[in-house]
Design a protein around this ligand. Structure first.
Ligand code: NDP
Length: 298
């Protein structure tokens, strides 16, 4: 039977390690969360992040520019947050409205307040293997694999997806753990065959239940990063989620077919309850680390 890799267990451990570090600081860490517009999914993510801050003793400030905010408005806002001494970390919730130059806004966040680890300077530090804020989702996945003692050194890891926030940093982090890494994307030829070579398969493509049994080597560890909302009853049924659908009229499914994953993988992260809690934990971890740096404690 395959093993379920629960993100909450890892989150609890990570947060418990942060608590004493926060208690040692002269003032609580401060995280500014910029939520632009009214994207319902983003609102839920931000609420979860703010709740985690409150439980841990991190001061959070939610700033909610209107959907109509321009690139200039957001750049000015971030510049002001960069100057504030009580703010250690800045998170600009994605996605930004289509008319906004996302890259420019993200690059305005000071590298030493970059709670999400997206700034090119911090990406450069990641490439060089130096200490710096890391992209939360992939670094959380590394923590999960360590927690469950999944061997990475020498393993063949296949990362499906090459986004700047998940796929690319994930590949680099696995490489730093001495895995042999293959990155696949929408132009990869023979995708199932490539993925089937993986001892560790990380799926981050944003396609509901796309990865089926023929992509998974029997016994492999599968990390499902995808979060896709299913609102069609027949589709929910195909993924074995009829009961949940009947209760709430919707269900969340990852990028991997949940029934196939449970049947073929040796170990896997469920959706929900796998990778999601780790992203939150590592955001807290990055914020604490930045606060320590600002207060001369690191
Ligand atoms: P992006 O849309 O930025 O990137 C998707 C990547 O997947 C691209 O590299 C794309 O390839 C590749 N891709 C898309 N379709 C296919 C296909 N049919 N075959 C092969 N490759 C494909 O997504 P993100 O990385 O931001 O997010 C991925 C998923 O992870 C989403 O479901 C998102 O909601 C979820 N997510 C979950 C988080 C969590 O905390 N659990 C955090 C962040 C994201 P190409 O580059 O060639 O276009």
């Amino acid at each position: 039977m395959s093993k379920i890799l629960h993100g909450m267990a890892v989150q609890t451990e990570i947060l418990s390690r942060l608590k004493p570090r926060i208690d040692k600081l002269k003032r609580p860490p401060g995280l500014a969360v910029v939520l632009t517009g009214a994207d319902p999914a983003s609102e839920i993510y931000v609420r979860t992040k703010i709740k985690a801050c409150a439980e841990l003793g991190i001061l959070s400030e939610k700033i909610t520019p209107a959907e109509t905010a321009t690139t200039e408005d957001l750049v000015a806002l971030v510049e002001e947050l960069n100057r504030r001494p009580d703010i250690d970390g800045i998170l600009v919730q994605m996605p930004l409205p289509k008319h906004v130059d996302t890259r420019r806004v993200l690059e305005t966040v000071a590298a030493d307040k970059d709670a999400d680890g997206f700034h090119p300077i911090n990406v450069g530090y990641l490439v060089a293997g130096k200490k710096a804020p890391r992209a939360c989702t992939p670094v959380g996945i590394i923590e999960l694999l360590k927690f469950y003692q999944i061997p990475m050194a020498g393993a063949h890891a296949v990362v499906l997806g090459r986004s700047d926030i998940v796929g690319k940093p994930m590949a680099l982090m696995l490489l730093h753990q001495n895995a042999t890494v293959t990155i696949c994307h929408s132009r990869t030829v023979n995708l199932p065959e490539m993925c089937r070579q993986a001892d560790i398969l990380v799926a981050a493509i944003g396609r509901t239940g796309f990865v089926t049994a023929d992509y998974i080597k029997p016994g492999a560890t599968v990390v499902d990063v995808g979060i896709n909302r299913v609102t069609d009853g027949a589709e929910a049924g195909r993924f074995g989620r009829s009961e949940e659908f009947a209760r709430s009229g919707k269900t969340l499914v990852g990028d991997v077919h949940p029934l196939d994953m449970a049947r073929v993988a040796g170990a896997y992260t469920p959706v929900p309850g796998g990778v999601g809690p780790l992203t939150i934990a590592m955001l807290m971890s990055n914020t604490v680390e930045l606060a320590e740096r600002h207060q001369g404690a690191a």
